[in-house]
Write a protein that binds this ligand. Structure first.
Ligand code: PEP
Ligand code: MG
Length: 867
């Protein structure tokens, strides 16, 4: 009797194989063991032995111990399809390793996004003649702790067979020599997308075991025992390879036929799982151009399963819930032109106030969507059409609805699906106004039962925000688009969402238990109890992982080599500030104060500004608050500050130029900023700088206010690097300030001469253009030479591919949207500044943003989290 101890290959949450959402592992087809939901990306050997398989994709590894027991660690489920993205092998097949030796590194974030689950089975395969003693109860486990023990001696045949096949020798004979006559063979081309990886190998081994015949598989001049999953995987059969299946023994022909059928079954499973679909990252609401209307929903993979398009990834289990949408009745004929016009105006004013209030209490995403709704509310075409109808004798309600529907008709005729997705926004604004006309308001709180999966044909943004978030676990729409505003809101609220599920969802009974796998794009309408259990386990494991990332986000952030990098958040209001603190932001790197100034009739008074800034400073606690002076003008006009008509507003009076042209406005803002308590936490940032004189002009007003208030300490002042001029002159500018903050959004726009809001140029206004990077390098170099902090607060700071490049160029503070803080901190912790420097230097000499992105992707995928 021998005992073999299997150790945890990484830190994580230990569970059972039943929690693995894959029947091959959960059904113990590969063997017995345990599973761990990893919380670290370093996989160490669970026992000593020889590396038998470690495919190029590096998502799994198996070790054969001296006693011939094979132990397989398969990182996550469906990770083979990542094709190695996010994984790096640290040993080669054939290497001898000791327990605890590092075998694979993987990027938890990349793998989590691309995998069906991160639950990692650790199994002894096969278990023939062995018994397992579980030593770990479910719970947190650290790498190197004993998970379970294997007792017993494997059968000579089992072990010898697996070992000999690795060396390419033919399979040993069974105890009863098979009938030499009874032999069968067949050769085929493997068309499985990922070749014979773990799942098909397990299926084949299961089938081979069902027959007495000795079956083997051959490819690349090597032969494997068809009963050994590890041996099959070790053949390294890829898509397009030739595979021979042979068997000898009484039921040889049946065995070969069954193995051929096994490969076909694996093919069916592959297409049912949608493995030919794009990776998950291209199907999220934020970055996908796919919508339910532009790509056909996947066909229903099986009875009781509907295929849809992922709008927001995630998994949820809950009960089908529908909400009632009331038709708002309108009378056709009006009570006279003046009265109806006045009614419409009153309703629009009420709606505007309401929307502005909602914007002030929501996060940045909600604010942006409401800004779009306000645009529709004031849209001249809609309003003119409504007024014409009123003049023709119609009621305000009838006219407003007809005017909106006319615009919807125009959108419906468009090819551009993203524009068609705006129809929901128009409908939303329509109903806001109709309700206001009727003297009602949209319900702010729509009650839901526990664990509600909302099932509907469509959903309006305002309906979503009115739903009880605590009870809503997923959204499933028969139509809809993955880039619609409601999908963007759902993403911000982190609610898994499928769109384009088709009319089938109308059949779902209210209260039915549903499994929404928005990662895989499927909705299970009649799941088995086991499937429900597995899905619940997957949900739990995600929650645990997220909790861990969030917990880590509260800790100071350093790169792998110890270099300190600060991660701040960009804020617009006090709600954002609370979210930033909860997400581990170390301060506010950019407070966009202009939100306080725009969309109103008069400028905010000093006291109003002070209250807003103080609220944010208080929410931030002792963390620094970088308050940017109002960046108005250009794309952010003010109604109460008529600016001259400009041919090119983006090149006109904006940022600091507007402030200097209206010194009273600037002085009021600076007074409010300097009254914030504690004032030494407040730093000021000047937008749109082009020369040092602008900085000195602002500084002199600050000095005057300081003298008036009796402030003696230095108020730190920063310059935004948003123009090529500022970047090129950074070494001079930096002498006049305490820090630099790179506004990559404008810097990109002005460097590439491409409007940052131009829909047709959206794909080309890329901050990773080498020309922009050269300017970032100039600013970062100037800051470093002067020993002053250089931050990036533009959108590129939250771009995973940009982070190593920015750090490599010398940036030491990133300011991102609050929700991105944990992931950015986690990524920084996996990077080594020297690697980043090498990458950044290479990127400066590349020819296009595409090439830069490819280099960065390679570094993140292959080197990220490394060494
Ligand atoms: C920028 O230009 O990158 C920036 C942060 O400023 P804004 O996006 O507010 O113009
Ligand atoms: Mg800017």
């Amino acid at each position: 009797m021998s005992i073999l101890q299997i150790l945890a290959p990484f830190d994580g949450w230990c569970g059972t194989l039943d929690e693995v959402p894959d029947p091959v592992f959960a059904g113990r087809m590969l063997g017995d063991g345990l599973a761990i939901d990893p919380t670290s990306g370093i996989l160490v050997a669970p026992c000593a032995g020889e590396i038998v398989t470690l495919p190029a994709s590096a998502h799994a590894v198996s070790i054969r111990t001296a006693r011939g027991v094979d132990v397989l660690v398969h990182v996550g489920i469906d990770t083979v399809q990542l094709g190695g993205r996010g994984f790096e092998a640290r040993v080669r097949p054939g290497a001898s390793v000791r327990a605890g030796d590092e075998l694979i590194r993987f990027d938890l974030d990349v793998v989590a996004r691309g995998a069906k689950s991160l639950m990692t089975p650790i199994v002894v395969t096969p278990m023939d003649g062995l018994s397992l003693r579980q030593l770990r109860a479910p719970g947190l486990v650290s790498a190197g702790e004993v998970l379970f023990e294997i007792a017993g001696v494997a059968t000579a045949a089992g072990i010898a067979t697996a070992a000999s096949f690795e060396t390419g020798t033919p399979p040993p004979r069974a105890a009863n020599p098979p009938n030499e006559e009874a032999a069968a063979a067949q050769t085929l081309i493997v068309t499985l997308r990922h070749g014979l990886h773990a799942r098909p190998a397990a299926l084949l081994a299961q089938r081979a075991k069902a027959f007495g015949a000795q079956a083997s598989l051959s490819a690349h001049g090597r032969t494997a025992n068809a009963r050994s999953v590890v041996a099959i995987m070790a053949l390294g059969v890829r898509r397009g390879d030739e595979l021979s299946i042979q068997a000898s023994g009484a039921d040889a022909a049946q065995s070969v036929a069954s193995l051929v059928a096994g490969i076909q079954e694996a093919l069916r499973m592959e297409s049912a799982a949608g493995h030919d679909a794009a990776p998950d990252s291209s199907r999220t609401a934020s970055d996908s151009s796919k919508t339910a209307s532009t790509i056909a929903p996947r066909p229903s993979p099986a009875a009781g399963v509907l295929g849809g398009v992922t709008a927001v990834p995630g998994i949820a289990v809950g009960r089908a819930t529908r909400i009632e949408r009331r038709e708002i009745a309108v009378t056709e004929h009006g009570a006279g032109r003046d009265q109806e016009r006045a009614e419409l105006e009153r309703a629009r004013v009420n709606v505007r106030m309401r929307l502005e209030r909602m914007a002030a209490t929501g996060g940045a995403t909600r604010r942006e969507i409401i800004a779009a709704h306000l645009e529709f509310l004031d849209d001249p075409q809609v309003n003119e059409a409504a007024h014409e109808l009123i003049a023709a004798g119609k009621s305000a309600g009838f006219a407003w609805r007809a005017a909106i529907r006319r615009s919807i008709g125009a959108l419906q005729a468009l090819e551009d699906s993203r524009l068609r997705e705006r129809i929901d926004d128009l409908l939303d604004v329509e109903s806001h106004v109709l309700l206001a006309l009727a003297g009602e308001a949209r319900p702010m709180n729509i009650p839901l039962p526990e664990r509600a999966v909302l099932v509907a044909d469509d959903l309006l943004p305002s309906e979503l925000t009115a739903l009880d978030r605590q009870r809503l676990v997923a959204i499933c729409l028969s139509g809809g688009g993955a880039t619609s505003h409601v999908a963007i809101l759902a993403a911000a609220m982190d609610i898994p969402m499928l769109v384009g599920l088709g009319a089938g969802i109308r059949e779902i009974a209210g209260g039915a238990t549903l499994i929404v796998d928005a990662d895989a794009g499927t909705l299970q309408t009649a799941p088995t109890a086991t499937a429900v259990e597995q899905a619940r386990a997957a949900v739990e494991s995600r929650l645990r992982r997220r909790a861990k990332t969030l917990a880590e986000a509260q800790i100071e952030c350093r790169a792998l080599d110890g270099t300190r990098v600060e991660v701040f958040a960009n804020l617009g209001n006090v709600t954002d500030a609370a979210a930033a603190v909860a997400n581990g932001a170390e301060g506010c790197g950019l407070l966009r104060t202009e939100f306080l100034f725009i969309d109103r009739e008069t400028a905010p008074a000093e006291s109003e500004q002070l209250a807003a800034y103080q609220g944010i400073a208080t929410a931030l606690g002792q963390r620094p608050l970088i308050l940017r002076l109002m960046d108005v003008g250009g794309d952010k006009p003010l109604r109460y500050l008529p600016l001259p008509a400009e041919e090119n507003p983006a090149l006109g009076l904006r940022g600091v130029r507007t402030a200097l042209a209206h010194p009273d406005l600037m002085r009021t803002q600076l007074r409010a900023a300097l009254r914030v308590h504690p004032s030494d936490n407040v730093r000021l940032l000047i937008p749109m700088i082009t020369d040092a004189a602008e900085i000195l002009a602002v500084r002199s007003v600050i000095d005057e206010i300081k003298a008036e208030f009796g402030i003696h300490h230095r108020i730190e002042l920063g310059a935004m690097i948003e123009t090529p001029a500022a970047a090129l002159m950074a070494s001079g500018l930096v002498r006049a300030v305490d820090f630099l903050s790179i506004g990559s959004n404008d810097l990109t726009q002005y460097t590439l001469a491409m409007d940052r809001g131009h829909p047709e140029l959206a794909g080309r206004t890329d901050a990773l253009h080498p020309a922009v990077l050269k300017l970032v390098a100039a600013a970062a170099g100037a800051g470093a030479a002067a020993g002053k902090m250089v931050a990036v607060c533009g959108g590129v700071a939250a771009d995973r591919l940009a982070v190593p490049i920015l750090l490599g160029l010398g940036v030491r503070e990133l300011s991102v949207v609050p929700a991105a803080v944990p992931a950015i901190k986690r990524q920084i912790r996996s990077l080594r500044i020297n690697d980043c420097r090498e990458l950044a230097l290479r990127c400066l000499d590349l020819a296009s943003p595409g090439e830069v992105r490819a280099q960065a992707a390679e570094m993140i995928g292959l080197l990220g989290d490394t060494r």
